[in-house]
Design a binder for this molecule. Structure first.
Ligand code: DOR
Ligand code: ZN
Length: 447
């Protein structure tokens, strides 16, 4: 017997079709079966009441550190994918700075198998560009592509050798997958702990100049022009980098970029206040100056930036309980992303359709996957969120093992209320009512 779940009474936003109006969504056997106002009469197994909520495609995160294999004390595929459901993400790309690094088909297989048995959302592995992420020789990119890698990156580190980067781009042309570059000139960033500017000066911390990112972005764009290969720039953080991406796009180069919720909403002032030297505000690239944040928001709105990616980087409390200089960079970001980003909508800087686009079809296009839409026939990856509901960030309640966030104790406006991953109700806030018919088999709804 077919299994039917109706999501009723919500405001349905689907960037793929441009739909933004009240509509019901019928899910049959885990797939989107029907979209529109007033569903045709039929027997239902369950109804999810979306009154007052936005119903949108599940978010796609291009950049997530799941930490498995090797750093399970920080996070696992099981805990990260649960955190994803609480953040409204139904697809996460797994970055390869694991231990061992994801530089072979065997490790791609391991991640896929873990995701299949322990994961609750889709996990798409990203393979290393270089063997061991050492930046010396190319990894087995073809074998990893065949095993299911969706992109290549040495993230955590840049590919410092421009010749190796050129070869990686050229090689990637044979499988058409993007090279995701962590753009950082390490000669310029070395020993830096935060953005180089007036705050680093006041705190006496060594700075990472905006030029460290901009020099690397300039080089990478030149190499994209030379090779014609797909270059995706990770977590761009400066106004200058943004301008270069804008010009590359105008030139028609195959360059895409992502920006993180923290770089869109926080500045380097976060390292000074409310808690000076707060290691939860240490991240790479560092939180930048207010004019950088404004440029990133403009670029995101204009579509120069295709995607918002969390760069979810969980660390243990012990990892971060050290002097600022010694703390590892990273913010646990999956569970706060939407609430933080909605500030841009509340302030009038961006409309909701644009924000949802950059979390769904934007990132899906970067990796060329048919994700992030509510098209009939697709697996039901759906998020329900209340754009105005207030809540206070309590990291001890995170599903992620990483409680490292500078937003602890902060009130956010906008909250994920339910997430369906491949048709399964993977997360539901108890405020959302779910009615089951007497014949329903709850395990088919809740997975
Ligand atoms: O803040 C960061 N954390 N930036 C990176 O590039 C790596 C990441 C991590 O893996 O912790
Ligand atoms: Zn990175």
């Amino acid at each position: 017997m077919n299994h039917r779940l109706l999501i009723s009474g919500g405001r349905l936003i689907d960037p793929a079709s441009g739909h933004d109006a009240p509509a019901d969504l019928l899910i049959e056997d885990g797939h989107i079966a029907w979209v529109g106002p007033g569903a045709p009469p039929q027997e239902l197994d369950a109804i999810l009441d979306a009154t007052g909520l936005v119903v949108a495609p599940g978010f796609v995160d291009l950049h997530c550190h799941l930490r498995e294999p090797g750093y399970e004390e920080k996070e696992t595929i099981a805990t990260a994918t649960r955190a994803a459901t609480r953040g409204g993400f139904t697809t996460v790309c797994a970055m390869p700075n694991t231990n061992p690094p994801t530089d072979s088909a065997a490790i791609i297989d391991f991640i896929k198998e873990k995701a299949r048995t322990k994961g609750v959302v889709k996990v798409l592995p990203v393979g290393c560009i270089s063997k061991g992420r050492r930046g010396q020789e190319l990894a087995e990119m073809a074998a990893m592509a065949a095993a299911g890698a969706v992109a290549f990156s040495d993230d955590g580190s840049p590919v410092s050798d421009p010749r190796l980067m050129r070869h990686a781009l050229e090689y990637s042309l044979s499988f058409g997958l993007p090279i995701m570059e962590h753009a950082e000139d390490e000669a310029l960033s070395r020993d830096g702990a935060m953005h180089e500017g007036e705050v680093s000066l006041r705190l006496g911390l060594r700075g990472i100049p905006a030029a460290a990112e901009e020099a690397a972005v300039a080089r990478d764009i030149a190499l994209a022009r030379l090779t014609g290969a797909k270059l995706h720039l990770c977590h761009i953080s400066t106004a200058g980098a943004m301008e270069m991406v804008r010009r590359a796009r105008e030139e028609g180069l195959p360059v895409t970029a992502e920006v993180t919720p923290h770089h869109l909403t926080l500045t380097h002032e976060q390292v000074l206040a409310p808690v000076p030297y707060d290691t939860s505000a240490k991240v790479n690239p560092p939180l930048r100056a207010p004019q950088d944040v404004r440029a990133l928001v403009d670029g995101l709105r204009d579509g120069v930036i295709d995607a918002i990616a969390t760069d979810h980087a969980p660390h243990t409390a012990m990892d971060k309980l050290v002097e600022f200089d010694f703390a590892p960079p990273g913010i646990s970001g999956l569970e706060t992303a939407l609430g933080a980003l909605l500030a841009l909508v509340h302030s009038g800087e961006m409309d909701l359709m644009t924000l949802v686009t950059r979390l769904t079809t934007g990132p899906a296009k970067v990796i060329g996957h048919p994700l992030g839409s509510l098209t009939v026939g697709l697996p039901a990856d759906v998020v329900l969120f209340d754009p105005t509901r207030e809540w206070v960030v309590d990291p001890t309640a995170f599903a992620s093992r990483g409680r490292n966030t500078p937003l602890a104790g902060r009130a956010l406006r906008g909250k994920v209320m339910a997430t369906l991953a491949q048709g399964v109700l993977a997360y539901r806030d108890e405020a959302v009512s779910l009615s089951l018919s007497s014949q329903a088999e709850p395990q088919r709804i809740r997975g």
